[in-house]
Design a binder for this molecule. Structure first.
Ligand SMILES: *Cc1c(COP(=O)(O)O)cnc(C)c1O
Length: 361
């Protein structure tokens, strides 16, 4: 029957569910549900936004030259191979749009980020889920799932919501053994939290089949601005640029991101506080009988005895005005993902989980 029908795959998309940001009847919530920087953005980024207000009538730059230069300088990269998007989500979308379609397979891992599936369906490709090993990405399992239809392999390193990561040697082994038509996409949304880790930038430069994505939404505290970027081989970046809209980033967003990346002292302070409080939080939870894997990101995946207990704890925390993330959709029904907040928030969430475990339900 003739009729109005969406493109193949679109109706297979399950809508992305973000972290809760409010609880009915509670005014001062502690939001630990979206991996945001508890200290907010750098003051320099805020000042850049205030200045950008005077230019709202102007169209923004189409080539993002200044922001790309700032990114390249800060990370020691080639600016010509940087591409900026509306969040790294948009860069991931460019990659799907440009390299996958009906009949193609897009690999993501068992507890991988929800957007990979969504974006694969959006272009009519087939998402393929690969098992992890004890909440860690398995290169062997990914390689075993590859075939002549595999076009993209997405892994987040560190991964969300597990917080675990794999070493560069393993990533290189994966890239080396992929089928020749496949691209490895290394999602580095949490790379800045790992001291001394370049997110895979050097690997990108030494190969022709690896693309790295990064974001201003996490460590830089600019989730509301929507800025992310990718770094890849020149041929791939040139392809992605063709599907990028010329004015995808506003001049406000460009200014905020550029100021944020140049404020290296703020970045350093945010990373150090996260490292310190993450260790504190994980240990406090462990003392309450709630284990977690060693996290390399800005959150901890707290494991409970059962899905029921995790659900009950979530409900209890909400009643206390604390929002964390249930990760049932990530096949982790007995876990709660807790963002590392500021010191007061970490103490409060650990204290409340202690009360919950002691029987205050
Ligand atoms: C938060 C997150 C992103 C970033 O998304 P943006 O679109 O840049 O805000 C990407 N990947 C993972 C795994 C994330 O957790």
């Amino acid at each position: 029957m003739a009729g109005i029908e969406p493109q193949p795959g679109i109706m297979d998309i399950s809508l992305y569910v973000g972290g809760k940001s409010s609880v009915e009847g509670v005014s001062n919530v502690i939001k630990l549900s979206s991996n945001e920087n508890p200290f907010g953005p750098s003051p320099a980024a805020q000042e850049a936004v205030r200045r950008a207000v005077h230019e709202l009538h102007r169209y923004p730059s189409t080539d993002h030259a200044q922001l790309r230069a700032a990114i390249a300088e800060t990370h020691g990269l080639d600016a010509a191979r940087v591409i900026c998007g509306v969040g790294s989500d948009e860069v991931l979308q460019f990659i799907c749009q440009a390299y996958a379609g009906p009949g193609d397979e897009v690999i993501h891992t068992e507890h991988g980020f929800a957007m990979y599936r969504i974006l694969a369906h959006a272009v009519g490709a087939t998402p393929v889920e690969v098992a992890e090993r004890e909440r860690v990405v398995s290169v062997d399992n990914i390689l075993a799932a590859c075939n002549e239809r595999t076009k993209l392999v997405f892994i987040a390193n560190p991964n969300n919501p597990t917080g675990t990561m794999i070493g560069l040697a393993e990533i290189e082994r994966l890239a080396t053994n992929l089928p020749e038509q496949a691209i490895l996409v290394l999602d580095g949304a949490y790379a800045e939290y790992v001291e001394g880790y370049d997110g895979g930038a050097r690997l990108v430069e030494s190969r022709d089949n690896v693309v790295m994505t990064r974001t201003f939404s996490k460590l830089y505290g600019l989730g509301g601005m929507r800025v992310g970027w990718g770094y890849g081989p020149q041929e791939i970046v040139d392809v992605l640029t063709r599907v990028r809209q010329p004015f995808n980033l506003s001049n406000v967003a460009l200014a905020a991101a550029e100021a944020a990346i140049r404020d290296t002292a703020y970045v350093e302070k945010s990373r150090e506080e996260n490292t310190r409080l993450r260790a504190w939080l994980a240990e406090a939870l462990a003392e309450h009988g709630v284990p977690s894997d060693a996290s390399t990101a800005n959150f901890v995946l707290a494991r409970f005895a059962s899905p029921e207990e995790a659900g009950a704890c979530d409900t209890y925390l909400q009643a206390q005005g604390i929002l964390v993330r249930r990760v049932t959709g990530y096949k982790l029904p007995a876990a709660l993902r807790i963002t590392v907040g500021d010191e007061a928030s970490c103490r409060r969430v650990a204290h409340c989980i202690g009360l919950f475990k002691a029987g205050a339900r």
